[in-house]
Write a protein that binds this ligand. Structure first.
Ligand SMILES: C[S@@+](CC[C@H](N)C(=O)[O-])C[C@H]1O[C@@H](n2cnc3c(N)ncnc32)[C@H](O)[C@@H]1O
Length: 236
């Protein structure tokens, strides 16, 4: 499929996530063979040495916000512009009695409705690929972090190992959209997932954008043969 242009991407992304909300978590775990939980654990762990409030951007159904709070009691503001995803996550939080430290907020990550220098930590899992304008989003995150604040960014990347990368691409483009399309009822949403991974920036490009946004000590760690990459940076 042709990826949506910047002007139409927000509406497209909002609609697609609203459409798959009830099946989102189940499919995430199924399609990643439950490794997605480990990826979020690694992401949340990057903030271990930095207590204080955290912004979890593109928080969706709140799996990463919950992991951050599970590791250490702290306040998390969980922001997403898809109301259905947030509401689904909030209902599960209530059922699990985990509401105390997580505040879901519906808003745009590229125009954060938040004061500057508020958070000591920032997390985002599988969100930056969905932003219409990544440099703008990164600049906003940098603005709301306090000096010394740490950013932990998890995103899909493209494995480069020969044979494995071919197998992975076959799975991503041929198997995943069909399987996830049948379960969720929205095949286009999972074609978008595959094509947006294929069309996303390289690891070096993401690091360079983080630096341009003002982050220092920027580095990246590929996980699970490079299926995903964990980026980190600090606000000086
Ligand atoms: C793949 S989901 C990730 C959910 C969650 N972080 C996780 O670990 O599963 C991506 C989320 O990004 C949100 N999103 C995309 N662009 C956004 C924006 N500009 N502002 C806020 N949320 C956005 C979507 O609504 C969606 O819920």
């Amino acid at each position: 499929m042709t990826l949506p242009a910047e002007e139409t991407k927000k509406e497209f992304v909002q609609q697609k996530f609203a459409s798959v909300t009830p099946k989102y978590d189940f499919l995430n775990s199924l399609l990643s063979l439950y490794i997605d939980r480990y990826w979020r654990v690694r992401t949340a762990a990057l903030l271990d040495g930095r207590p204080g409030p955290v912004l979890d951007l593109c928080a969706g159904t709140l799996p990463l916000s919950r992991e951050v709070v599970r590791r250490k009691e702290r306040k998390v503001l969980a922001l997403d512009f898809c109301f259905d995803m947030l509401e689904y996550g909030r209902e599960r939080l209530d059922k699990a009695g985990e509401r105390k430290n997580i505040m879901p907020v519906c808003g745009d990550g590229e125009a954060l409705p938040l004061p500057s220098e508020t958070f000591t930590g920032f997390t985002v899992a599988f969100g930056i690929r969905n932003l219409a304008n990544l440099p703008r989003g990164l600049a906003e995150v940098h603005r709301v972090l306090r000096p010394g604040g740490v950013a932990a960014v998890l995103e899909f990347s493209r494995p480069s190992l020969p044979v494995f990368s071919q197998f992975y691409r076959f799975y991503l483009h041929r198997v995943l959209p069909v399987l996830a399309g049948m379960i969720s009822g929205d095949r286009e949403a999972y074609k978008y997932l595959a094509d947006s991974i294929e069309g996303f920036y390289s690891q070096e490009e993401v690091c360079s954008m983080m630096k341009d946004a003002g982050f220092t000590d920027v580095s990246f760690t590929p996980l699970t043969f490079g299926i995903v990459t964990l980026y980190s940076g600090t606000k000086q």
